[in-house]
Design a protein around this ligand. Structure first.
Ligand SMILES: [Zn+2]
Length: 176
């Protein structure tokens, strides 16, 4: 968490930025919505210094956005999972992503409602059903073939297929 940088800002946005405004934090959360849970998988997918990742995850756990639970398949390792408060960031994260797509003119992935297949609106709402699906009701799928030189870490490989948000990523079969 930023050391009281925004203390004099009587604003809820400043409060949100204290928790998610640090460099890398939103990308850690993006990967968590993709289903990444293990430290080494975040590390490999983000190319982030180990200490920075460690600090960001600790801050997210301390602020109640993520929870750290023992990894059942690796003793002495941990899984990092979104809490209810973390899940509540989904529409904001998706809206920010949509804004980024307009800025960049690129749309590498599409997010669709599992019930009807409709691509989500920029607000993360499904126009067809008139609801804002929870992240575990959303599929993400690539829209284009990977570019030459695209990432080949297990998470990136897993995201080359249609994938339900929050389902564990990468699968063991992605770890070549
Ligand atoms: Zn729908």
């Amino acid at each position: 968490m930023l050391p009281s940088s925004y203390d004099r800002q009587d604003c809820s946005l400043a409060r949100a930025l204290e928790i998610v405004g640090e460099r890398w934090t939103l990308l850690v959360l993006r990967d968590a919505f993709y289903g990444v849970r293990r430290f080494n998988d975040f590390l490999a997918h983000l190319d982030i210094p180990r200490t920075v990742l460690s600090n960001r995850l600790r801050a997210l756990v301390e602020s109640g956005v993520m929870v750290k639970v023992p990894d059942p398949s690796h003793s002495a390792r941990w899984l990092y999972e979104l809490t209810g408060e973390g899940m509540a960031l989904w529409p904001a994260l998706y809206a920010l992503r949509s804004w980024g797509e307009r800025q960049s003119g690129r749309r590498p992935r599409v997010f669709t409602h599992d019930a009807c297949g409709t691509p989500l609106e920029p607000t993360a709402r499904c126009e067809t059903c008139g609801v804002q699906p929870a992240p575990n009701r959303v599929f993400v799928a690539p829209l284009a073939e990977p570019k030459p030189g695209a990432r080949t870490d297990p998470v990136a490989l897993g995201l080359r297929r249609k994938h339900r948000l929050l389902d564990f990523l990468p699968l063991d079969s992605d770890a070549a």
